[in-house]
Write a protein that binds this ligand. Structure first.
Ligand code: NAP
Length: 310
């Protein structure tokens, strides 16, 4: 019998309890899933940063922490955490992100706002969008989410450049890596999508200098993390026309305070950190599969590199 502790916001328990139990039992895992095991008896923790567990020291027998979140910046520096931390990689989470990114990219590419918001009786039939092949897209971060978004955008015809820390070979994406290739990745990009994790190396990666590299009138789409962007630099770039529009899902402070300039800015679309969320049915299977691996003596999947911070 394995003891699995569920440590996420209380309202998630009802959503996850049955899918997790189903996923364990269909894999033949004998699991006592609860929210209140004695810490020293816990084998695995299903974890979200806003749940009750913040001190991992009493969990002396715990073999791994299974994060429900893809982004782990709020837990990766927790000094009490000595157990392996596995982040969430789930095909439904990825599908949701692909749909959100593609939808917002197409909104900007097609200039949809002009027709949705400005029905003023004037027949403007001389302004039409270029085809996707003429609209270079750059994705900063081509991991689980960024690579999938890149494939979808490629399939629509966009030339896609991806940028990562280490060398990558992603089909149909021009892959660049390392800090010294960031300039090349951003130069002349018309749509820039941020799918990097939040680490000391990625903070403010979009700043006055890097925003200036993009094509004039570029679109910025950020479903990654708020601190990836220097907010003041973005506001200046929006006001100058260097950036035509920013669609932002994540912010340094969430919820975004009501008086933040982003809310009222006509060239900013705020979405409330809903780009994609972990889905209980599929995420439970990912967690059960990973526990099965651990119990079979195989290495866990999606283990966070504590040194790199993601
Ligand atoms: P991932 O698989 O770990 O991919 C991260 C990518 O960023 C990798 O390509 C990585 O490079 C690259 N990277 C990291 N540090 C870098 C650096 N210093 N320089 C250049 N590239 C760097 O993560 P993921 O699952 O795709 O998720 C990405 C982020 O999306 C998460 O961390 C989270 O913040 C965010 N997210 C947001 C939502 C939402 O609803 N808004 C939902 C889920 C996730 P390598 O490939 O070389 O490692």
């Amino acid at each position: 019998m394995l003891n699995v502790l569920f440590s996420a916001q209380p309202d998630r328990w009802d959503e996850y309890r049955a899918p997790l139990q189903d996923a364990f039992s269909t894999r033949g895992l004998d699991v006592d899933l609860r929210r209140d095991h004695a810490p020293e008896t816990v084998d695995y923790i299903v974890f979200a940063p806003n749940g009750p567990v913040t001190d991992f020291r009493p969990y002396t027998q715990t073999k791994a922490i299974m994060s429900l979140w893809a982004g782990v910046e709020t837990v990766v520096d927790n000094e009490t955490l000595t157990q392996p931390l596995c982040r969430m990689v789930d095909h439904s989470l990825t599908d949701g992100m692909v749909e959100w990114v593609t939808g917002h990219a197409l909104r900007h590419h097609l200039g949809m706002d002009a027709h949705i918001l400005q029905q003023d009786g004037v027949w403007r039939n001389t302004i039409y969008p270029p085809v996707a092949a003429q609209r270079p897209v750059t994705i900063l971060g081509i991991g689980a989410l960024g690579a999938a978004c890149g494939q979808a955008l490629h399939n629509l015809g966009f030339p896609v450049t991806g940028w990562s820390r280490s060398p990558k070979s992603v089909p149909n994406i021009r892959s660049l890596h390392g800090a010294d290739r960031l300039k090349q990745a951003l130069t002349d990009a018309q749509i820039v999508i941020l799918l990097l994790p939040q680490t000391p190396q990625t903070e403010n990666i979009l700043n006055a200098e890097t925003l200036a590299l993009m094509a004039k009138g570029a679109f910025v789409i950020n479903p990654g993390r708020g601190p990836l962007i220097d907010d003041n630099a973005l506001l200046v770039a929006l006001d100058s026309g260097q950036v035509e529009h920013a669609t932002l899902d994540v912010f340094r402070v969430e919820p975004l305070p009501p008086d933040h300039p982003y809310w009222a800015h006509p060239q900013v679309t705020v979405t409330p950190h809903i780009a994609s969320s972990t889905r209980p049915e599929t995420a439970s299977q990912v967690i059960a599969d990973n526990i099965l691996r651990g119990e079979a003596g195989q290495p866990f999947l999606y283990v966070v590199d504590r040194h790199l911070g993601y």
